[in-house]
Design a binder for this molecule. Structure first.
Ligand code: FES
Length: 237
């Protein structure tokens, strides 16, 4: 991803996203704290309208800025789409081992696929680079404060909402928005869990894409190291 496009995407998303969230919050305030009871008879409808416009605006902002950030649409990746490891038979060169940081996942694009490589000493594992919760990159955004988390207890953690996946199997071992994560991350966890819940609940119109609160197991890819080069097995063409 070009740093210029990423900067542009982040700038637009920041401004547009903040304005959309402000609309949603304004709507909620109108609904729950309408002010002077004697003059608030008409605040329910404007509150709902503000929430709906804010949510629609957030959805459109995502559609516009996601390609600039190199993101795929925020759709949950279904577990049934996982390709069995036995069918991954096309071995291709990915990267020299020395270019992978030890203990911290790194995303690379191999033959057009976004893959997260996890080096632990001389062993390398790989899984899909986009989290199965909201398809955000497990390796974080380059150049931003949201970075890949070091491997802990054989698991990688999504830096966005805290889902954890076993490195070897790709199994989800902790769902997003765990209370411990939310407490430690008031914006990415505490606030965003509320926004996700709000957007997936009524009175959102059916055309607003409903964000999922759950992560699914991740696709893994077999890896081996030959002559200092990391090889990864992809599906046959
Ligand atoms: S995008 Fe990974 S936990 Fe939400």
């Amino acid at each position: 991803m070009s740093p210029m496009l990423a900067f542009l995407g982040l700038s637009i998303m920041g401004t547009w996203g903040a304005a959309s969230i402000a609309l949603v919050i304004g709507g909620i305030i109108l609904l729950v704290a309408p002010g002077d009871i004697s003059t608030n008879s008409g605040s329910t409808l404007p509150g709902i309208v503000l929430i709906v416009i804010g949510a629609l605006s957030l959805a459109v902002a995502q559609l516009v800025t996601a390609p600039l950030l190199g993101l795929d649409p925020p759709l949950p990746l279904s577990a049934k789409k996982i390709i069995p490891v036995g069918k991954l038979t096309r071995w291709v060169k990915a990267v020299p081992l020395r270019e992978l940081p030890d203990g911290t996942p790194k995303e690379l694009r191999v033959r057009g696929k976004r893959i997260l490589f996890i080096r632990q000493g001389d062993n390398v594992s790989a899984m899909g680079a986009l989290c199965s919760h909201a398809r955000l990159p497990l390796g974080g955004f380059p150049g931003s404060p949201i970075k890949a988390e070091p491997v802990r207890d054989g698991c990688v953690m999504c830096p966005f909402h805290g889902a954890r996946f076993e490195v070897d199997s790709g199994q989800v071992v902790r769902q997003p928005f765990d209370s411990q994560f939310n407490q430690a991350h008031p914006f990415l966890g505490g606030l965003q869990s509320k926004i996700f819940r709000l957007l997936s609940a009524p009175p959102m119109p059916p055309m607003v894409p409903k964000p999922s609160m759950k992560a699914e197991d991740m696709q893994t890819y077999p890896c081996k190291v030959e002559n200092g080069e990391v090889m990864v097995a992809l599906p046959p063409k």
